[in-house]
Design a protein around this ligand. Structure first.
Ligand code: HEM
Length: 208
């Protein structure tokens, strides 16, 4: 069926499909909100759902390289799409907090950032995601040059660590879910570190 379609068009169609599927949880949650089916505290449910999906997309973004290395499945061309989905969810999560939770009271928000570690860490994660999203286009990759772009985008590791810690701090007690997310993020970051150290060792051996 896809015979007459060029490879570029297929990638485009797949990206649109990923956006369609990716935004479905947000659309469904907003719909449940509109029909008043989001439980006793709809604002909290919305805030938590959007935050959780932002973290999930961040994890998928980080998992794309290990999946290629370990299973030979190359999804690199979709990494930017998933990364941007993470950013859009984080933005909706932040807007829910700023508009619905805090009622645009910027003094209260600033006090929250200073007083509550989970808000400070969440903000840190979001502040890192902003330049990454803004520099995700091909034009920005060309403008910055490959090495500088790669250096900048390595900050995603800190954003992911901060998001996982944010989740742990939100829940205060120790339920399973945030611990599982924390473990997944730690494994993905440890993989990168391992790969980097191994690469360095190999290049040292090669030049010896
Ligand atoms: C922009 C700064 C951020 C602020 C102000 C913020 C604020 C919040 C708030 C108020 C909650 C709900 C706390 C509660 O249940 O009482 C929350 C939960 C959460 N946030 Fe954030 N957040 C931020 C950034 C992020 C980012 C960047 C991510 C992920 C990439 C994230 C992921 C989560 C997760 C996973 C939860 C818990 C959801 C659950 O309880 O199921 N947040 N955040």
């Amino acid at each position: 069926m896809m015979k007459g379609i060029s490879a570029t068009a297929r990638v485009r169609i797949a990206r649109v499909a990923i956006y369609g599927i990716g935004f479905a949880p947000a659309a469904w949650t907003f719909y449940l909100g509109v029909i008043d089916q989001l439980g006793a505290d709809p604002m909290k449910t919305l805030e938590q759902t959007l935050g959780l999906w932002a973290l999930r997309f961040l994890i998928v973004t980080l998992a794309i390289t290990p999946v290629r290395d370990l299973f030979g499945l190359n999804l690199l061309r979709y990494r930017r799409t998933v990364g941007l989905l993470c950013f859009y969810y984080a933005l909706m999560h932040l807007l829910t907090y700023v508009v619905l939770d805090q009622g645009l009271d910027f003094a209260a928000i600033w006090a929250d950032i200073l007083k509550r570690p989970y808000i400070t860490v969440g903000m840190l994660s979001f502040v890192i995601l902003v330049p990454l999203a803004l520099t995700s286009s091909n034009m920005m990759i060309r403008y910055l040059g490959g090495p500088a772009w790669n250096r900048l985008h390595r900050w995603v590791y800190l954003a992911a660590a901060a998001a996982a810690v944010h989740y742990l701090l939100v829940v205060k007690s120790w339920p399973m879910e945030p611990l599982v997310y924390f473990a997944i993020v730690t494994t993905l970051l440890a993989y990168r570190l391992f790969k980097r150290l191994r690469g360095r060792r190999r290049s040292r051996l090669a030049s010896a």
